[in-house]
Design a protein. Structure first.
Length: 115
């Protein structure tokens, strides 16, 4: 049975939506107020706030309120668990594919082919 990492699930859930990815792409350039993040989406502010809540729950953004202005900032370190998981998967599949390649080469040699 596979291990279930709820933090990783939250992270991938947050990254699964194109609007949230667009918000993160904008925040990669620097912090921005919520109204600025909402403008290009064409969505109502409550909908954008729900997207921001998902990103914040996953640890991908941090928010701060100064008066009436809520500013969001990207937290790049939050992507580390996803990167580590993908790297582990890549390494696993490289080993599997290398073994498959060895097996196919062995079969070809057994059948008198030079491969």
């Amino acid at each position: 049975m596979a291990k279930h990492d709820p933090d990783l699930s939250l992270l991938f859930h947050a990254l699964s939506d194109p609007t949230r990815r667009a918000i993160l792409a904008r925040l990669a350039a620097g912090p921005a107020p919520v109204t600025e993040l909402a403008a290009p989406t064409g969505l109502r502010l409550p909908t954008v706030l729900r997207h921001l809540a998902v990103l914040e729950a996953a640890g991908l953004i941090a928010t701060a309120k100064d008066g009436r202005v809520r500013t969001c900032a990207f937290v790049p370190a939050a992507l580390t668990p996803a990167r580590d998981w993908m790297e582990a998967q890549r390494a696993l599949w490289e080993v599997r594919l290398d073994r498959l390649d060895d097996y196919v080469m062995k079969l070809m040699q057994e059948n008198g082919r030079d491969g």
